[in-house]
Each structure stands twice: as C-alpha cells, then as structure tokens.
Design a protein around this ligand. Structure first.
Ligand code: PEP
Ligand code: MG
Length: 293
C-alpha cells in the first residue's frame, strides 16, 4: 500500500487563493528527517526538540544540540526547517530541573514560560540554533505564546544571544525566520497584533482545541468533547489565517488537525499556506486532495 501511495509524491495542493500549500513534516528526532524526505516532505514544519532533554540525567550541551539541528538542516538543504524551542512542562517533566509540582501543569510553567523563567536553558538552545542555522534554511518557533509581551521578551533574548555570539566571534546565521505557534486562545484572538512581530504562524490544534474547549486532550472521560469541527475552533482558525494574511505573513498548521483528511477542504477554503504532518501522512494527504478536486 505504501508503494502505491508513492505515486502521489509530486501532487501539489492549492488553497482557495490559488497558492501552493507546502506539505511539511513533523519530526521528533533528527533521524526522522530521512523518512520525511522519502515521503516527499517539502520542509520540516515542526521539529520538536524535547527528545534532547528527555530520558537524560542532565541538560543537553550546546554542541549536542547544535549537531542535532545541523543534521536536519543539512539534509533538508534549502527547504525550510522549523525548529521549536523547548516545550517542556504540562505532561512532560524533567526530573533534573527540580520543578515545583503544580496543580494545573497545562496552565503552569510550560514551554516559553519555562524558557523565560530559566534563561540559561533558553539561551543555550538559541545559541545552538543560530550556529546551526548556517547549514540550512532555519525557522525558529516559540511554543505557547499567550501575550505580546511574552513574544517581545523571547525576541529580545534572541537578539541578546546574537550580540553575545558576535562579541565572542562565533559564526552564526543572520537570515533565519522567527515564528510562533498559535495554540492558546489568547494568541489566536490577538493574532492581528502578533502577526506584526513574526515571519510566520503555525497553528497547534492539539493545544488550541484543549484550551479553547476546556477539554484535557488526554482525558478519556471528556474525549467526546474534543472536537476539531467545533464552530469556536473553526472561527479561531479562520481569524488567525485572515489576520496573518492582512499582515503579509503565512500560516501553517502542525497539530493533528492538519492530518485530518476530513478537515482538508475547510482549511484550503480558509486559505491555509502550509500543513505539517507526521511523515507517513504526507502521501495520504496528497492522495485525498487529488480525490477531492
Ligand atoms: C499542538 O499543540 O498542536 C502541537 C503541535 O504541539 P504539541 O502536540 O507538541 O503540544
Ligand atoms: Mg502544543
């Protein structure tokens, strides 16, 4: 069946604006880039970096991170590789960080909040990213942004890291892109403001649905309420896409909804610019778009 699907590798998907939709891959470790390429990934839309930090007894070093990012960037050549900064907290804990136990971890010190709180961890990752950026087409993406101030602070730290590398005479990339995940309701609602600050958005529907509908994405008792088709979700997605386009930036989607063939037509109607899915879903998406049109 897999070989049969390979004939769809060169299918192009267009949105209602007539623009080509990039079909990118989500990866969770560097070696998945080979599978992504095999299935025809046009970019990496989400490289989750948690693997570097999990199952370990201490922080990954700057060089360890640099090697992992460089590997993927080199393999993808000039295609965009969006690397997401650390998204720990929520259900993912790092024992060696000795974080305080929280009552509501998904509403707590998670992702960008943790990084802004523990700057040394954040800056080490940004140094590794900027250095690796010399080997390909880099996009840096911040997760869980919920306010303009938070985004500005993250961008300031990025600039600070650039100045430090410059002062040390370390070579780094100066032409990378910066984006954010839209995965909190607040970020979707103020997406017109946030769009002025970044090069792209990527909608993280896994969390956006959880937070908007107040449904724990892992709780079986309420999973019947976890509905990507809820009008509140569709409205938010449409708002985000319209706001981004008004500011001249593009919008992708990297949550599970991007791989839902039943949602594809709606997203193309809304004008989505990129869909990032697990590598085996790339061809299924291309196949289904062929059948739809
Ligand atoms: C999301 O929230 O949709 C997403 C892609 O991020 P994660 O699943 O890693 O939280
Ligand atoms: Mg998320």
């Amino acid at each position: 069946e897999k070989r049969e699907l390979l004939k769809y590798k060169d299918v192009e998907i267009k949105n209602k604006l007539g623009r080509k939709v990039e079909i990118a891959a989500n990866i969770g470790n560097p070696f998945e880039v080979d599978i992504a390429l095999k299935y025809g990934a046009e970019g990496i839309g989400l490289f989750r970096t948690e693997f570097l930090y999990m199952d370990k007894t201490s922080m990954p070093t700057e060089n360890e991170q640099f090697e992992a990012y460089k590997y993927v960037l080199e393999k993808m050549k000039d295609r965009l590789v969006i690397i997401r900064t650390l998204d720990i907290g929520g259900d993912k804990n790092l024992p060696y960080l000795n974080l305080e136990k929280e009552m509501n971890p998904f509403l707590g010190l998670r992702a960008i909040r943790l990084c802004l709180n523990k700057r040394d961890i954040f800056k080490t990752q940004l140094r590794a990213l900027l250095r690796a950026g010399l080997y390909g087409n880099l996009g840096i993406m911040f997760p869980m942004i919920s306010s303009l101030e938070e985004l500005k602070e993250a961008k300031n730290i990025l600039k600070e890291v650039e100045r430090e590398l410059e002062a040390e005479g370390v070579e780094y990339s100066k032409d990378y892109k910066v984006g954010i995940m839209i995965e909190t309701p607040s970020s979707a609602i103020i997406s017109d403001i946030l769009a002025k600050e970044v090069d792209f958005f990527s909608i993280g529907t896994n969390d956006l649905i959880q937070y908007t509908l107040a449904v724990d994405r892992m709780n079986q008792n309420v999973s019947y309420l976890y509905n990507p088709n809820h009008p509140a979700i569709l409205r938010l997605i449409k708002t985000v896409i319209d706001n981004a386009h008004k500011e001249g930036i593009w919008v992708g989607m990297c949550g599970e909804m991007a791989a839902d063939v039943n949602m594809l037509n709606t997203l193309l109607e809304f004008g989505i610019d990129e869909l990032s899915v697990s590598p085996p879903m790339i061809l299924k998406l291309k196949k289904s778009s062929g059948q739809a049109s």
